[in-house]
Design a protein around this ligand. Structure first.
Ligand SMILES: [Cu+2]
Length: 123
């Protein structure tokens, strides 16, 4: 089983925005998140931020994110993160956003709250 703890989506963006939190894998097998769907956006992608020629660049992770058995991976604004691409409207502070993550084992349904700033528990 995979679940997202302290999940949130960044509010106030027009076209694309990130979502964050800690993915916990409570199963005995590794789980790979490959992408997802959301009624609020055209696409759900998984990204990382890498240094390239001294500048930070966002790259899509074509192979997704793998969470080890009994392990966790944290999605943060400065590193690995989820991305909503092609928002159908600007997310308001406090708005609830549905995201279904697709993994190699199952879909994981999330309801995240949009916030302008990270909740302190996620940092
Ligand atoms: Cu991104």
């Amino acid at each position: 089983m995979l679940h997202l703890e302290h999940g949130w989506v960044r509010a106030g963006r027009d076209d694309v925005t990130g979502f964050f939190g800690t993915l916990h894998n409570s199963s005995e097998l590794e789980i790979t998140v490959r992408g997802g769907r959301s009624p609020a956006a055209n696409a759900v992608e998984l990204h990382d931020i890498i240094q390239h020629d001294g500048r930070k660049q966002m790259t899509q992770l074509a192979n997704g994110i793998t969470i080890p058995a009994q392990g966790s991976i944290t999605l943060t604004p400065g590193g690995l993160h989820g991305m909503l691409i092609g928002l159908d409207h600007r997310l308001n502070d406090g708005e609830r956003v549905q995201i279904a993550l697709e993994t190699n084992t199952a879909h994981v349904e999330l309801t995240l709250t949009a916030r302008r700033r990270p909740p302190t528990t996620s940092l």
